[in-house]
Design a protein around this ligand. Structure first.
Ligand SMILES: Cc1cc2nc3c(=O)[nH]c(=O)nc-3n(C[C@H](O)[C@H](O)[C@H](O)COP(=O)(O)O)c2cc1C
Length: 236
């Protein structure tokens, strides 16, 4: 990759002084009520995780002869559209780590506002010490395509996954997995059979805090669309 020296760089130094050009009106930015205007000056921090917001998800897992377990995971993501693939990164020290490694299975359960307390609790208690399904009054359900990992029936959407590879990255092992099927609660389908995830009250996690999702700002491709179109929603 080309190295830019400060002297020849066409870019303004992130930490230096300088004002942003007028934001609203003719650019890619827009004033949004409630959000502070950026100053354009940056504090440069040492390397760390700052990709926010992210979904905080409840990952369920289980192995024969033991109670099923739930681990809260924020380091989760979609990594491929076709085949549908995801990753979750889990520290070796977690009780769930060995279960997922041994069985090669887990379920990513999306978290609604109703589940946010349970999500946090499952992220601070270990299955070594407690039965998280029982304590949180959650219901393990038989997964459609997995042998041992259950779905959480109270979750609006459960994503059944089979591990393809494990990457030992450092603090966390990343489980790269293929999605084998998705269980979506019928309550969130409209009369035409479309899944309306916006009705599920999903939450997000940002820099140590949980949030409800805010108002809808647009749909995929709306910035270039000439005439408003209904229904189609493409991603990735
Ligand atoms: C919001 C949140 C996000 C978390 N994200 C992760 C994560 O991505 N990976 C991880 O290993 N632990 C993560 N944790 C910590 C585990 O969920 C926690 O250590 C849990 O008690 C492990 O459960 P277990 O021992 O039953 O597997 C997170 C916790 C919270 C509250």
């Amino acid at each position: 990759m080309e190295k830019r020296s400060g002297k020849h760089s066409a870019y303004k130094k992130a930490s230096g002084p300088g004002k942003l050009p007028e934001a609203a009106g003719n650019s890619g930015t827009a004033k949004v009520s409630g959000a502070k205007e950026p100053s354009g000056r940056k504090q440069v921090w040492r390397a760390g995780n700052m990709l926010y917001p992210v979904p905080a998800v409840m990952v369920s897992c289980g192995r024969e002869g033991e109670k099923p377990n739930i681990i809260t995971v924020a380091w989760a993501g979609t990594v491929c559209s076709d085949p549908a693939m995801v990753s979750v990164s889990v520290r070796k020290s977690r009780y769930s780590h060995d279960i997922i490694k041994e069985t090669g299975e887990f379920v990513i359960n999306l978290v609604s506002e109703n589940l946010v307390r349970a999500c946090d609790w499952c992220g601070v208690k270990s299955g070594r010490d407690v039965d998280k399904f029982r304590e949180m009054k959650l219901t393990p359900g038989k997964a459609e395509k997995l042998e041992s990992a259950p779905i959480i029936r109270e979750s609006p959407v459960s994503i059944e996954c089979k591990v393809k590879q494990v990457f030992e990255l450092g603090s966390h092992d990343m489980f790269l997995a293929e999605v084998v099927c998705v269980d979506a609660d019928e309550a969130f389908f409209d009369e035409k059979g479309k899944l309306c995830l916006d009705r599920a009250g999903l939450i997000t996690y940002s820099h140590g805090e949980y949030f409800s999702l805010g108002k809808k700002l647009g749909t995929f491709g709306y910035s270039v669309r000439k005439t408003p179109r209904r229904g189609k929603n493409k991603e990735g």
